[in-house]
Design a binder for this molecule. Structure first.
Ligand SMILES: Cc1ncc(COP(=O)(O)O)c(C=O)c1O
Length: 414
């Protein structure tokens, strides 16, 4: 693999910072393989949250007092930290949201409802998460814009020719997932963005599975909007990021109205605050934003290149181990640089929920269901799948435990 020259992660040292991984159920240590849903939170990030509440908890932007000043500086600087992490131009381009889903909705409501009409088309991929698929589908219904889907091929990759056919001068918005949370496919997002731009369409990239697992440079990708969630990258729940090009955010209407997002209010009208505060109405996610910056410090210190290499190696190993069984169907591309660190599969006709429940008897935590990609599962011809997903603290031995548990499940259902 291309990244093998990178020094391997010191997984044993990393695990020490995640006390939750020591938990046992019925005498068995937990094997946490549900990282695409949410990752665990290391001590330094928990400490950042507790430090905030113990030492400088106060509301931001409104106080003259010391505590409010400290909180405001830390909260504002967290935006700078995010901007630096994904190579945005500055805090003006970084809006804190609750999660990726809210970031999609912000753009869909604020830009979509105002700009789209029956003459427009929205292009998505068949592997979109519901966060993007349902949001744009509903905005399409409300504005009359048509929604089209770039086909997913048998091998789990997007059909590039179909993308070129679908994205036309009628396209107003392309919204595509960077790394699929079901297939593991790493999509060629900068090429998709280029095609959208050739037709004067905007491009929104859903980076929920990408930002935690690989270096992401929004300038390189060129997307107009890019979104991700803190809780999938060692951060807390309740914090997500919408990156948007400054000139677009500047032109867009606010998504929520209220305190903090205004500069001047009269009984008749109001003027909006500067970016990004115009999009952060009310008391914002102060502790969560500060903790997100701590999570970024944490993963960057490990190194995003090394995290990607670790993910690819574990995905390859899991894929190979699961492929040993001819009654297991694995979804998505074969291991390689365009496959992220998760593997969704089915064992014969055993329902994925039953599988996950048996895995749980071994304290192996996996996901079962449609992973918020129902239309993709319909296309795959299954109602659900089991999914194992990996992060910085996972090991090959844990994948072996998964495979042993699967083997036992097979005997049970035989
Ligand atoms: C690809 C993708 N997009 C969007 C989301 C939604 O993230 P959140 O639930 O944090 O809004 C997820 C999370 O499951 C995801 O995997």
């Amino acid at each position: 693999m291309s990244h093998q020259h990178l020094e391997a992660l010191d997984v044993a040292a990393i695990r020490e910072e995640f006390p939750i991984l020591q938990r046992e159920f019925d005498g068995q240590q937990v094997v946490y393989l549900d990282n695409a849903a949410t990752t665990q939170t290391p001590d330094p990030v928990v400490d950042a949250i507790s430090d905030y509440y113990r030492r400088y908890n106060a509301n931001v932007h409104r106080g003259i007092h010391h505590l409010s000043q400290e909180a405001s500086i830390a909260y504002e600087e967290a935006h700078d930290r995010v901007a630096e992490f994904i190579n945005a131009d500055g805090r003006e381009e970084i809006v804190f949201t609750k999660n990726t889903t809210e970031a999609e909705n912000l753009v869909a409501y604020s830009w979509g409802l105002n700009e789209l009409g029956p003459e427009d088309e929205i292009v998505l991929t068949e592997m979109e998460h519901h966060a993007s698929l349902v949001t744009w589908q509903q905005i399409g219904k409300r504005t009359g814009a048509d929604v089209k889907y770039i086909r997913v091929q048998e091998d789990g990759r997007l059909d590039a020719e179909h993308a070129r056919e679908l994205i036309t001068d009628d396209t107003a918005m392309l919204s595509a997932v960077h790394v699929s949370n079901t297939l593991g496919t790493v999509n060629p997002v900068s090429e998709l963005v280029d095609i959208a731009h050739e037709h004067d369409a905007l491009a929104f990239i859903d980076g929920a599975q990408a930002v935690p697992t690989r270096p992401v440079d929004v300038e390189d990708i060129g997307a107009d909007f890019y979104a991700f969630s803190g809780h999938k990258m060692c951060g807390p729940t309740g914090i997500g990021v919408l990156y948007g090009k400054e000139h677009l955010l500047a032109e867009m209407e606010p998504y929520l109205y209220g305190g903090d997002m205004i500069k001047k209010v009269t009984f008749e009208d109001a003027k909006w605050n500067d970016l990004p505060w115009k999009f952060e109405a009310g008391t914002p996610l102060i502790a969560q934003g500060i903790a997100l910056a701590a999570a970024i410090d944490y993963v960057e210190e490990i190194g995003m290149d090394r995290i990607r290499a670790h993910e690819e190696a574990l995905a390859e190993y899991a894929y190979e181990r699961l492929a040993e069984f001819d009654d297991i169907e694995i979804y998505g591309p074969e291991p390689g640089p365009d496959r992220g660190g998760l593997v969704a599969f089915n064992l014969d006709d055993v329902h994925a929920h039953d599988l996950a429940s048996i895995m749980n008897d071994y304290a192996v935590a996996i996901r079962a269901g449609d992973h918020c990609t129902q239309p993709l599962h319909d296309k795959l011809g299954v109602a659900a799948s089991a999914r194992a997903s990996f992060y910085i603290y996972n090991t090959r031995e844990e994948i072996d435990k998964l495979v042993t548990a699967l083997d036992d499940a097979r005997q049970l259902f035989a």
